[in-house]
Design a protein. Structure first.
Length: 354
């Protein structure tokens, strides 16, 4: 990026402002010293919790996705300290099928799920993450109620929006130094005109090019980026989820048995190759079909890619002895099944003995 040269006057103003600021910091009385993000009392509770670790983190977007799990007989809340509230998040401790878990709700979208996952990994001794929730489906062979477990996730919300008049062959700004790329294709708005033929003049919205994420792996050189389009879930967790495919006890309804809507057939569990997401609720058939034809995705949601990306760039720290360690022993495993519809009877966690 081109840097704006500072005038000498601006530089000296900046320098005196900085000096003033540093002076103010130096003068601040000890009583006004801020607590770190986690107050000392909470930090003590965090250490106490971690003595019981490692845990499997269970990350859930919303209350209506989390409630069935909390109510499930599979989940037993911890007796001494059932939860800890940090930064507006509630971390719930307990066990699912004798496995120690920390359940946390992220709320909607990439930012919330990314930040919450980072809090989870920064504070607690977590050996892996299971993420679940409702997703849209782009595969016409699947039905409402089916459960999918994608192997790779892509964030489809990092765009380069190309100016009107530029075609496919026109290099993007900053493409030469690797900040943008045309490698992964574009959504051209003029390809999606309703009814009439493609307008000769194209569409003023022209095209958006999909960009890979820039990640900073914990074991890499600081500030040295790597580009990632497809974030894999942990191989071992993905392997374990094969057992879910044999599950034939899902109820033939969405919501719950009493008020649920009947389904044409019993829901199935399928491991699939790809899912994608962005902070965008996709209730649009044309875009869904585009995502399927361009990227081969099945599940479309608003959180998983962020959870997977955060897990990817986290160090594999305290729980080295965990059997769930990724093969290279460096990255935190992320297991991110996506339940396409909630069913009250679903208790998949017993199957995640990671
Ligand atoms: C998008 O479509 C219009 C109309 O066909 C075309 O002029 C333009 O070059 C296309 N842009 C890209 C990036 O494919
Ligand atoms: C099913 O849903 C209805 C309406 O939302 C609710 O009143 C009822 O308690 C639910 N039943 C169960 C078993 O969760």
């Amino acid at each position: 990026m081109a840097s704006t040269p500072w005038s000498p006057a601006a530089t000296s103003r900046l320098r005196s402002m900085l000096a003033l600021l540093l002076g103010a910091v130096a003068m601040a009385p000890p009583s006004s010293v801020k607590e770190a993000a986690v107050p000392a009392g909470t930090a003590r509770d965090v250490s106490r919790v971690n003595r019981q670790g490692p845990f499997v983190g269970v990350v859930v977007p919303n209350g209506f996705e989390m409630e069935p799990l909390l109510r499930s007989p599979e989940f037993s809340p911890a007796k001494k300290l059932p939860y800890l509230d940090v930064a507006g998040r509630r971390f719930r401790f307990g066990t699912i099928a004798n496995r120690k878990v920390i359940i946390v709700m992220t709320s909607l979208g990439m930012l919330n799920s990314g930040v919450t996952t980072q809090f989870l990994l920064t504070l607690f001794d977590v050996e892996g993450i299971v993420h679940f929730g409702i997703a849209g489906n782009a595969d016409p062979n699947l039905r409402i109620g089916d459960v999918t477990v994608p192997r790779y996730w892509m964030h489809t919300g990092l765009w380069y929006w190309q100016r009107y008049g530029d075609g496919r062959e026109k290099e993007l700004a900053l493409e030469s130094n690797g900040d943008s790329t045309r490698k992964y294709g574009a959504l051209n708005f003029s390809d999606h005109t309703a009814g009439a033929r493609k307008p000769a003049a194209g569409n003023l919205l022209n095209s958006v090019w999909y960009q890979p994420e820039e990640v900073f792996p914990a074991d890499g050189t600081p500030e040295s980026r790597r580009h990632v389009l497809w974030v894999p879930v942990d191989e071992r967790y993905y392997g374990l989820s094969e057992k879910l495919e044999a599950m034939t006890t899902l109820e033939r309804c969405v919501n719950n048995g009493t008020s649920g809507t009947g389904l044409p057939r019993r829901p199935a569990v399928a491991r699939v190759e790809r899912g994608c997401g962005a902070s965008v609720f996709v209730d649009n058939a044309a875009y869904r079909q585009f995502l399927r034809s361009r990227f081969g995705v099945t599940a479309i949601d608003m959180e998983t890619a962020a959870v997977a990306l955060v897990a990817l760039s986290s160090p594999y720290g305290r729980s080295r002895t965990s059997p769930a360690v990724a093969p290279q022993g460096r990255t935190r495993p992320a297991c991110t099944p996506r339940w396409r519809r909630r069913t009250q009877s679903l208790s998949p966690f017993a199957l995640y003995r990671c």
